[in-house]
Ligand binder design. Structure first.
Ligand code: PNS
Length: 163
């Protein structure tokens, strides 16, 4: 299978994302993990450069390219010459949003296909939003994020994030 594009906010990268990257690499020749510059989202926890650096460190496989993009995902995919968008599906709650996005992207670019992989069973309840919330409120996110992300969260919110 050719390379696939794995887009997202990755604020921050979680073990759920990481599991998808690892499993994606079993299926695809390579992955472009692309951090969206999304001005509509609430203020980010980490900058785009920080997020990319965390992804690079946690995904040292040479088949993984880490990039960022602005504007429409399908236009970015075309620029990169990639026809497959990879997304993770956790639970039913993800479905409506993902279904809408996949169909809208198909409407915009019929030759680009969205492929879903189920998130690993160990991480189906993990989301970047909850990780941000828990870490900022002094809870532990140990085991939910890669070690480098945990260290970064600890330096931002104190040791409690990894206790
Ligand atoms: O991790 P997220 O926040 O669920 O990722 C959402 C993302 C970045 C994939 C989505 O918001 C996106 O593709 N944004 C780029 C703008 C775009 O193409 N919007 C139309 C989507 S139908």
């Amino acid at each position: 299978m050719p390379r696939a594009l794995y887009p997202g906010s990755f604020d921050p990268l979680t073990n759920g994302h990481l599991s998808l990257v690892q499993r994606g690499l079993e299926v695809f020749e390579g992955l472009i993990v692309a951090v969206a510059r999304n001005p509509n989202k609430t203020p980010p926890l980490f900058s785009i450069e920080e997020r990319k650096q965390l992804i690079r460190e946690a995904c040292p496989d040479p088949r993984v390219e880490v990039d960022d993009f602005e504007g429409l995902l399908v236009q970015y995919a075309r620029r990169k010459g990639v026809n497959v968008i990879l997304r993770g599906l956790r639970a039913i709650s993800d479905f409506e949003y993902e279904f809408q996005m996949a169909n809208m992207n198909r409407k915009l670019a019929p030759r680009i296909e969205t492929v879903f992989m189920m998130t690993g069973e160990d991480y189906f309840y993990v989301s970047a939003r909850l990780v941000r919330e828990i870490a900022s409120l002094g809870g532990s996110v140990k085991g939910l994020v890669p070690a480098n992300v945990l260290a970064k969260l600890q330096s931002k919110f104190g040791k409690s994030a990894g206790a």
